[in-house]
Write a protein that binds this ligand. Structure first.
Ligand code: KIV
Ligand code: ZN
Length: 510
């Protein structure tokens, strides 16, 4: 069996999607889960892009010690040195630097000749190697580059000391056959390529990111890059959980191992979805809600006779909960904490105590507490205690009737600690809440997206609201899970505003 290293870029390429803005505590939580998931490299961010990214990468490099942590840097001296300041705390300092190599990028974006690009790439790798034992070099837009030029520049950066060469399909343009052939060509042409890791990085514009990554493996790639749930700019990146499961299920064909702990798949996927607010489509391979649902009579009949008739992946393999009903209102603190630990949560005593109080409140109103409910509750506890909300919803009340004008009244504690009560109307209950909260905030808030989904099953399921807003020229996503969808909507709206304000505050203070 060959070994494929999994390089996760959820916190860099994934976080680049419009509207996603994770705070440092959330990024650390995702990084810790990626470490448990068994990825070989975590790309924690782009340290030179902002003070917030720098801080997050530094904290992750300090926290994660069993997985290599990297950060992205342009081929610019200050980017490389700034990245070192953030990454030097890692067990194995690793830098990812890149420059574009396609004619269109070199001419229009970089305004450089191919010879100049080779020179810049070589100098950046040489400089990076003075600081970092491990340096990955990427040829941005490799799949639209001239392949002879690509072979030439890769030859030079390997001589300059690059330890990994990455061939990104930046705009998701390649087909599997072409992408595989490019890997083959480079291995036949570039001297010394057998001494470095060879990496694939695919975007999903044509829906081919996973297929292209697998084609790269068939043609000699030893590292695959992607994100959890395939999140990322535009159509996203290759979904790592799909690649890991494909390598396991079709081990007979690919004959490789990824080192991924498959039973952590569901939890990793849920965490990323919950913290980014990016909902997973129900029919998504491996982690979609319907990935293991069998509707048709013929399929159900087959499943009862032998599950292998229609199920090639088992829910247990990816860590999907087998126990539907986990805890109830009579469960004690001990049972609650041991279930949380079984689920992989490691909270401080104070946070366990606070989580137990929330659990009891929920259990008083909801008959069955499922694993999904616990997941939302414990994750919220794990993250939020570090960030004091800027606006706090004390209460929300809506008067609605088919013959009335919907009217909302909210009571909110403002950042200044003042408690205000405001009422306003809307054409529906949710609009009335949003309009009223906008008056509390005294700014213009545009709603870009709004969704409510149920966290678990049943009529008393928790409702999760996700609100994407544009506020002070920035897009932000807020989320909240509550038993009432109107309360969840109000809290998600304020969560979006708070996240924006917290980010501004971090930028202003660091
Ligand atoms: O898609 C891309 O080209 C990238 C590079 C920075 C590696 O994300
Ligand atoms: Zn990318």
């Amino acid at each position: 069996m060959g070994k494929i290293d999994i390089f996760d870029t959820t916190l860099r390429d994934g976080e680049q999607s419009a509207g996603i803005n994770l705070n440092t505590a959330e990024k650390i939580e995702i990084a810790r889960q990626l470490e448990r998931y068994g990825v070989a490299v975590i790309e924690a961010g782009f340290p030179a892009s902002s003070q917030g990214d720098f801080e997050a990468v530094k904290q992750i490099a300090k926290t994660v010690q069993n997985t290599t942590v990297t950060g992205l840097a342009r081929a610019i001296e200050s980017d490389i040195i700034t990245s070192y300041e953030a990454l030097k705390y890692g067990a194995q300092p690793h830098l990812h630097t890149f420059i574009a190599t396609s004619p269109i990028h070199m001419e229009y974006k970089l305004k450089k000749t191919p010879d100049q690009v080779v020179e810049i790439a070589v100098q950046s790798v040489k400089l990076a190697r003075k600081y970092f034992p491990l340096v990955q070099w990427s040829a941005e837009d490799a799949t639209r580059s001239n392949k002879e030029f690509l072979a030439r520049i890769i030859t030079e950066v390997i001589k300059a000391g690059a330890t990994t060469i990455n061939i990104p399909d930046t705009v998701g343009y390649a087909t599997p056959t072409e992408y595989g052939a490019l890997f083959k060509y480079l291995q036949e042409t570039v001297p010394g390529i057998e001494t470095v890791k060879l990496s694939a990085h695919c975007h999903d514009d044509l829906g081919l990111a996973v297929a292209n990554s697998l084609a790269a493996i068939e043609n000699g790639a030893t590292q695959i890059e992607g994100t959890i749930n395939g999140i990322g700019e535009r159509a996203g990146n290759a979904a790592l959980e799909e690649i890991a499961v494909a390598l396991q299920i079709r081990g007979d064909y690919y004959k490789t191992e990824s080192g991924i702990v498959l039973k952590e798949t569901k939890r990793t996927s849920q965490l990323v979805s919950q913290l980014t607010g990016v909902i997973i489509q129900p029919n998504k391979a491996v982690v979609g809600k319907n990935a293991f649902a069998h509707e048709s009579g013929i399929h159900q009949d087959g499943m009862l006779k032998n599950p292998q008739t229609y199920e090639i992946i088992t829910p247990a393999m990816i860590g999907e909960a087998v126990t539907e009903l986990v805890l109830g209102k009579h469960s004690g603190r001990h049972a609650f904490i041991s279930r949380a630990k079984e689920m992989g949560f490691e909270l401080t005593d104070d946070k366990y105590a606070a989580a137990f109080v929330s659990f009891k409140e929920l259990a008083d109103r909801k008959k069955e507490i499922t694993e999904e409910d616990l997941f939302v509750l414990l994750t919220d506890q794990q993250i939020t205690a570090e960030d004091v909300p800027v606006y706090q919803l004390n209460s929300v009340q809506v008067q609605y009737g088919t013959a009335n004008i919907p009217t909302a009244t909210v009571r909110v504690t403002t950042p200044a600690g003042e408690v205000v009560t405001v009422s306003d109307t809307g054409s529906g209950s949710v609009e009335a809440i949003f309009t009223t909260l906008e008056r509390v905030i005294q700014g213009t808030v545009r709603i870009l997206d709004y969704r409510v989904t149920s966290v678990s099953k049943g009529r008393d399921a928790l409702g999760e609201a996700v609100v994407k807003v544009r506020f002070e020229d920035q897009e932000t996503i807020g989320r909240n899970a509550s038993q009432d969808v109107l309360e969840a909507s109000a809290k998600a709206y304020l969560n979006a505003i708070n996240r924006h304000l917290q980010k501004q505050r971090t930028l202003a203070t660091v």
